[in-house]
Structures are given as C-alpha cells and as structure tokens.
Design a protein around this ligand. Sequence first.
Ligand code: HEC
Ligand code: HEC
Length: 464
Amino acid sequence: MHRNLIYAILFFGLMFSCKTVYDLPESPSPAQWDVKVVESYPQMSGGDPDSGFYYLTGGTYLGSGIPYEMLERRLSKDPQKFAERAKIPTKYGFAVFESQYGVKVVNGTCFSCHAGNINGETVLGLGNAFNTNQVGLKLGAKLINWRVRTKYKKDTATLASFDAFGKYFSAMAPYVSTNNPGVNTAARIAESCMRYRDPDDLTYTDTAQYEVREYNIGSDIPALWHMQKKNALYYTAVGRGDFTKLLFQASVLGIEDSTAAREAQEKFVHIAAWIRSLEPPEYPEEINTVRVERGKAIFRKNCKSCHGTYEEPETYPNKVVSLDVIGTDPLYASYAMESGIVDWYNESWFAQSPPQSWMEPLPGYIAPPLDGIWATAPYLHNGSVPTLYEVLHSPSRPDYWKRPKDSKAYDWTRVGWLYTEKTNGSGRRTYDTTLPGAGNGGHTFGDHLTHEERMNLIEYLKTI
Ligand code: HEC
Ligand code: HEC
C-alpha cells in the first residue's frame, strides 16, 4: 500500500478514536460527614404575593433588553405564539418594560425557565424541561450586538437601554449550550456574567475577575414551590442567607450597578412571597387509595428520614447528603466547590451589605421536598432518570433514552416521561447518561423493595 495512504488511515483512525478530553474538576475528597442539616436563616418578610407576580411579569427588575421596536411586529401580534416559538410555554416568559432611560425593551423573565408544561397544561413554577439549550449562542450574540449597535447611534437612550443586555449576552454565550437535551445552564450563566462585574458596586469591568472552566455543565430546573420549605437554595444548598438577594442574582445580569440592584432587590421581598404562595398541581388521574395507605407506610420507613413527612404535621429536615452516601453524579457538586464565583460572591455587594446572602458549597446534594413530585420528571439534579419507578429501581435506568416531543406523552404507571430506550447517544432528543455530569447512578434507596412495594410507594408519591 502507498505509504501516504497508510499515514492517512493511521491519522484518521487516531482522530476518530480520540474522545474529547474535557477539563473537569476533580471529585472532592470524601466528606467527614454523611448528612448535614442546613439551619434556617432569618428571611425578610411582609411581601405581597400579588405584587410579586406583578413585578415578575412586569420585568423592570431586568434593567435592560432588546429595543422593543425591533421585535414589535412579531411580539405585539401574538405574544403567546412568540413565546412558544422559543419553546417557552407562556407569554409571561418575556416582559416588555420601560428602561430607566424611558425606552421600551424586551427581555426574558424567570418564567422563560420556571414555567413548564405537564400533561399539555402550563404550570407557573414548574421547570421548563422542553427548552433545549443544545444550540450555540455565540453567533446570535454577535449578530444582535452588531445589529443594535449599528442601528442606534452612540449616546442614544435606546443604546444605553441595550448596553448591559448586549454585554451579558456576549459574556455568557460561550458557556450556555449543553450536550444533553433538557438540562439548563443557569448556574453557568451566573458564573460567566458575574465575572465581568466589580464585586463592590456591580459595575462592568473590562477584565475577568476569575476564570471559568470550558465544560458546560447543566442541571434540571427545580420546581419553585419547594422554596417555602427550604433553608438553602439550589441542588447543593450552596445558596445561603437572605433569599431575596439570592433570587435577585438571576436578574442582576441586565442591571447597571449596585444602586439599580438595590432598587430592584427590594421588590424581591414580594417576589419571594409569590414563590412561597405556590402550590404543586394535583395528580390528574385516578388513584388507588388502598395502595396509597400501603405506600405511606413504606415511605415512613425508607424515605422520611431524608425527605420529611407529607401528612400533618408536615416536616422537612433540610438535609444535605454527602456524595459518598447519595452516589449520584458528583460533577455538579464538585464544580460548585471549585467555581470562582464563590469567592467573588462572598466578597461582593450580595454578601457584604444587608440583608446578607452568601455561597457555601458542599460535596453533596440536598434531599429535595417531594411535593408535586409526579409532575417534575425527569428526575435527579441532572434530569438523568425519566420516571419515578427508575428512581426507585436503579437497575432499570436506561443509559440512553429518547425524550418525548411534548408533555402529553406521560407514563401514568411508572410516573414520568414516556421514553424510548436507545443503544447509543446520537440524536437531538436522546439523553446520554455516559457524558460527564450526566450519570444516572446512585440513590439506591428503593432497590431492595419488591415490585409490589415499589408500586404502592409510587401510588403514595402521586398524592403528595
Ligand atoms: C435560564 C433559566 C433560568 C432563569 C431565567 C431563572 N432560573 Fe431559577 N433556576 C434555574 C435552574 C437551572 C436552577 C437550578 C440550579 C441549582 O439548583 O443549582 C434554578 C434554581 C432556582 C431556585 C432554587 C430552587 C431550589 O429548590 O433550591 C429558585 C428559588 C429560583 N431558581 C428562582 C428564580 C427566579 C425568581 C428567577 C427570576 C429572577 C429565576 N429563577 C430565573 C433556571 C433559571
Ligand atoms: C439518605 C437520604 C435519602 C433517602 C433515605 C432517600 N432519599 Fe430520595 N433523595 C435524596 C437526595 C440527596 C436526593 C437528590 C439527589 C440528586 O439529585 O442527585 C434525592 C432525590 C430523590 C428524588 C428525585 C427528586 C427530583 O426532584 O428529581 C426522588 C423522587 C426521591 N429522592 C424519592 C425518594 C424515596 C421515595 C425514598 C424512599 C425509598 C428516598 N428518596 C430515600 C436523599 C434520600
């Protein structure tokens, strides 16, 4: 054979046999504890839920956005369709509001992620599991910045009302696309945007304040109605202290500085009150009450110590379970342990001015409240397990599974997504549990149950 041809075959062979090598954080050394209880912290009270909803949908807390007149033709005709085209189930996912310079702008609200569909119905507070983040945004960010910055002259109110949005969109664009469907990189958005903010006054800096890793790690979006029970926010309980500051974090992106941040944050007392008033949706199908009673007893024996009780009096223990004990994919927690945002946050306006909030990463995951658990598939922090049955029987979990197109394809027996098992990870809607951070192992607390016991337990879970 011709020598060049041999080299070519060798070369291509090598290329295809080399898997992408990611720069990933190391797993932290084993914790000296199995379970840590997170204590409560005094929260700002006195908020009004209706005002909270008004602020959330009104959008002024978002600060800046795309000039409304650029989107007016499409948005004013049918806001609901406009949202659905972006795979957001409700028109509340976008807000049109007036910036501090008196210009109407458009930006995404909390409901672009925190409103979801279940069984064909839209539920505010449910995570949007159908919003795919697998598309790259780098080109989009370049285009929108180019378009607005050439259309409007410097020193105009319109450009000033876009500026912060344009900057954060560019800052986050390389860090928000995921390699699995359904997972969301909100934590990466915060991480990549905050790094161009001065920690004291939150103004933009030209240089980055800390480094971020290349690997884009995402998570499932949690249901907001859990917040009323929790003493700390996020899967790893990293969010400590005052919730209004922690919640506001998601919207600081488009804000100019800490003065504007203070004004907006005060409204978050009401937003927190609205979130605390949320109730999970009720299970819509028939329930077998005999099975429910049997399942309740199984829950008390096997699950209550970590997840609490759902009969009067309701309790929730706020327990973080160490990575070694829970055994679910460690990457998300390991990532938080190493991220530069932690030190930045703890030296910043968020932590240094009252009411204080701070970040305290731990090598573990909090056992979440299970209210409305029937509706929040897929399961675990990385959304790697499609049904409750498989959460409670780890050997049945599929390594590769194709998600349904919409929320009407629900499995009412195993409770969760109706999915198709696949033999490899190819395809846009296929969840590949072999990718870093996407592992579906661990949480084996239901494995020892008989099939009958597991089905009784699931029947009970439908009712809580
Ligand atoms: C880009 C999508 C996105 C947007 C926009 C967003 N969130 Fe989230 N949110 C997430 C994800 C993903 C998580 C899970 C992160 C984690 O726990 O590590 C989360 C976590 C939370 C939690 C913690 C829940 C818990 O059980 O610990 C609350 C509360 C919350 N978000 C409220 C808000 C509010 C209020 C806004 C608007 C100001 C908002 N979010 C905007 C995606 C988003
Ligand atoms: C030792 C503590 C512990 C015990 C016991 C336990 N769990 Fe969990 N559970 C957790 C933790 C921690 C998580 C979060 C793991 C993750 O997301 O990686 C979790 C997650 C879950 C989830 C997924 C939640 C979601 O929103 O995705 C379900 C469902 C669940 N547990 C049900 C149960 C049931 C039912 C039992 C009893 C058979 C049980 N658990 C026993 C700690 C526990």
